[in-house]
Design a protein around this ligand. Structure first.
Ligand code: C5P
Length: 237
């Protein structure tokens, strides 16, 4: 499958159309951004690591019964996916308090959340992705009630699968963000699951193994992503 036209150039991925109107190609670039694109750097190998890591996770989720847009890897930095009609919504589950939750509510960083908590955010860089609730989604017609229910149940299903997967490899899944879209009247998991969009800590040392290393200038960003991949048995080039 070949790239036909560039449709969208995001902060870390570029999306291309293909000869098949139902399929897109995602190019995982080396660009790494934080703070709504204020901090941007090129990190060698990151595109390849994220592409291969994402494919591994999407396949695990698919095996567990989560419908995903992922079809197959095409090259080191490219994957073929279904062309979803994306909802302008981010779904976040948190097992441990960190990041914006800590800043917003004055919670202690590292506090275990039992049960885990769920948040919706609007995908809008200009507004810095504000937090929204179910009523906003319905009033502004961003998704239906049925889709809200599905986003929640699928995001928690992902939690069940991935918490165990990471814990078995010595890591805590602190939190993560998912995006969903429509395809043939059904909801599918879209976008990506990589250390760019989740927090992962070593279970013993609590060493950060995710994009917080980039946000906080801790260094060793790609090395940490590669360590996560290695622990899970993801094959890298
Ligand atoms: O910043 P915050 O603590 O709300 O992020 C929660 C989780 O969602 C983190 O794992 C972060 O990497 C992810 N996230 C993301 N893209 C955003 C916002 C958050 O991947 N635009």
């Amino acid at each position: 499958m070949k790239k036909v036209k560039e449709l969208f150039n995001g902060k870390a991925k570029t999306v291309y159309s293909t000869e098949d109107k139902d399929k897109l190609i995602l190019l995982f670039r080396n660009d790494t951004s934080a703070f709504d694109g204020e901090k941007i750097e090129q990190l060698d190998r990151k595109g390849m690591v994220n592409n291969r890591f994402n494919a591994f996770i999407m396949e695990k989720l698919s095996e567990a019964g989560v419908p995903t847009h992922h079809e197959r890897i095409l090259s080191d930095q490219e994957s073929l996916v279904k062309c979803l009609e994306m909802l302008p919504i981010e779904c976040v589950v948190r097992n441990i308090a960190s990041g914006s939750l800590v800043r917003r509510l004055g919670i202690e960083d590292g506090l275990e959340l039992n049960p885990p908590t769920f948040e919706f955010f609007l995908k809008n860089d200009e507004l810095h992705d504000p937090m929204i609730n179910d009523y906003h989604i319905i009033s502004f017609n961003w998704a239906s009630q049925d889709e809200i229910d599905k986003m929640k149940s699928l995001t928690f299903k992902v939690n069940k699968v991935l918490q165990k997967l990471f814990l078995d490899a010595g890591m805590l899944l602190v939190d993560y963000k998912l995006e969903f879209g429509r395809f043939n009247g059904q909801l599918y998991l879209g976008d990506e699951f990589t250390p760019d969009g989740c927090r992962l800590w070593d279970v013993e040392t609590r060493k950060k193994l995710d994009k917080d290393r980039f946000r906080q200038g801790l260094g060793g960003v790609v090395e940490a992503y590669e360590e996560v991949a290695h622990r899970l048995g993801v094959e890298l080039s």
